[in-house]
Ligand binder design. Structure first.
Ligand code: HEM
Length: 457
């Protein structure tokens, strides 16, 4: 069929590999990039099996099976320990890595800080971070800019302002941010251990610098948490997320996080909270660059930003729909892995104990048997029948069930707000010869960055 010349081309998608490859070829492809290591048939399959000599893994793409694993019986499918290996030096025993009772206790203490009412309290800090981003972008007008650098900076700024009431140019915040970049550069693809057929007894090597950087980051964070603990004790602590979390008692045991535990949690808030939002925002801006009609709609909508309070969020509907569409096409967390703890039978197949279950928002969000126009950019879809059904059953950028992202509500304020602020001030164009190529690192990034050109509106 000839492509329709009036329809803009679909946004970039990695080319799948041929259906059959050897294990060695697969491992090699995988090292390059998880997304292009997968065959195209996964965009049509309900379930697929990868047999390796050491363990079995299954990708599950069928909405009701995903619901079984993530929502109905999460305790039977804990997080896979393999994922934790790459992250342990930085995250210690954080809520992202734990399972069972210690995870439940951590969530009981953390969740109240992210409830709806608290989001309203964090709004002024998000607003200030958005304005600071706009000010930085004014300096970049007219020249090609690698936008992920900018969105990372903004998302890290949001985290420090909301968590510790300090901006990113605070001495410690700046150092954490810089060290964190080095950490990522020194760290191999973090999900690697979860899929590649290495037996458990084989030692995992971290690249030089990974452990060192993790220690420096944790020491810096410890300075912030120690200082905060003292401020809480002498009654001078600001009313922000760190204070809220560090003063919340576990309703079951009555205890609180000690300073060391708080370091683990801050490390994950920083990691999970800035990488993901930065990736989502960068892809959204790229999608807008190739759809100037949507830029105009968002700029028009952004006039409501005259109103500087939380109530404005309910008026940024288009911005939210565009951000949501970017989360569908480029889910920052492309895959999640769980482990089976009892023998299961899924789609007439035996799933033995200890199998790795891969749930892939990347494939689910583009599933050809579920979504209309699965690879196209269409923020209006959320108002259609198909879009509404899929939003409930096949859209999980923040995961779902009891282990759902703690920051989901937070991210759905931060993303549309920053987006609207940017569109209110700038027009965005692509840079020729620099089309982004999606690859899955810790989050879905572009292989050589996302390059855009801004002009004043
Ligand atoms: C667009 C932005 C974001 C996306 C797409 C995202 C996505 C996710 C996903 C998919 C998970 C589940 C991972 C898994 O089960 O393997 C997760 C977990 C988590 N996220 Fe987010 N996240 C975002 C922003 C944030 C923010 C802003 C914060 C905090 C400030 C945050 C904190 C967390 C934490 C603490 C967990 C672990 C929850 C648990 O395991 O119980 N995230 N996130």
């Amino acid at each position: 069929m000839m492509p329709d010349p009036r329809k803009p081309p679909n946004p970039p998608k990695p080319q799948g590999r041929p259906d059959r490859v050897s294990l060695l070829q697969y491992a090699k492809l995988f090292r390059k990039d998880i997304l292009s290591a997968q065959p195209d048939r996964l965009y049509r399959a309900w379930m697929a099996e990868f047999k390796t000599p050491f363990f079995r893994s299954f990708m599950i793409n069928q909405p009701d099976l995903i619901k079984t694993v993530l929502k109905d019986r999460p305790d039977d499918f804990p997080k896979s320990g393999r994922i934790a290996e790459g992250l342990r030096p930085l995250l210690g025993n954080s809520v992202f890595l734990t399972n069972g009772d210690s995870w439940k206790r951590q969530r009981r203490i953390i969740d109240p800080a992210f409830e709806g009412g608290r989001l309203k309290d964090t709004f002024p800090a998000m607003w200030e971070a958005s304005e600071a981003m706009v000010a930085r972008l004014h300096e970049q007008v007219g020249k090609p800019v690698e936008i992920e650098e900018e969105t990372s900076h903004a998302a890290a700024d949001v985290i420090f302002r909301t968590l510790f009431s300090i901006p990113i140019d605070h001495e410690i915040a700046t150092q954490v941010f810089a060290r964190f970049r080095d950490y990522q550069r020194s760290q191999p693809i973090l999900n690697l251990g979860a899929f590649v057929p290495l037996p458990r007894w084989m030692p995992r090597f971290f690249r030089k610098g990974t452990r060192e950087n993790a220690k420096v980051i944790r020491d810096l964070i410890a300075q912030l948490t120690d200082e905060r603990m003292r401020a809480i004790q002498d009654g001078s602590a600001p009313d922000d997320l760190a204070t809220k979390i560090m003063t919340t008692q576990d309703p079951v045991t009555g205890d609180r996080f000690d300073a060391q535990e708080m370091v683990d949690q801050v490390a994950i808030f920083f990691l999970a909270g800035h990488e993901t939002s930065a990736s989502a925002l960068a892809w959204t801006l790229y999608l807008l660059a190739i759809h100037p009609d949507w830029q105009e709609k968002l700029a028009q909508e952004a006039t409501v930003l005259e109103q500087r309070d939380f109530g404005v969020m309910s008026k940024l509907r288009l911005s939210r729909d565009v951000f949501r569409e970017a989360l569908r096409l480029y889910p920052p967390v492309p895959m999640m892995v769980r482990q089976s703890t009892c023998p299961e039978r899924f789609r007439n197949r035996n799933v033995p104990i200890g199998s790795q279950l891969v749930i892939s928002p990347w494939h689910l969000h583009r599933h050809e048997r579920l979504w209309d126009n699965p690879d196209g950019f269409d923020p209006d879809r959320w108002g259609t029948e198909n879009g509404k059904i899929c939003q409930r059953a096949a859209f999980i950028p923040f995961s779902t069930g009891s282990r759902v992202c703690t920051g989901a509500g937070f991210a759905m304020v931060e993303g549309p707000l920053i987006l609207s602020m940017i569109l209110r001030h700038f027009r965005i164009e692509t840079v020729s010869g620099r089309d982004p190529v999606p690859v899955a690192h810790l989050t879905v990034r572009s292989r050589d960055g996302i390059w855009l050109k801004l002009s004043h509106r």
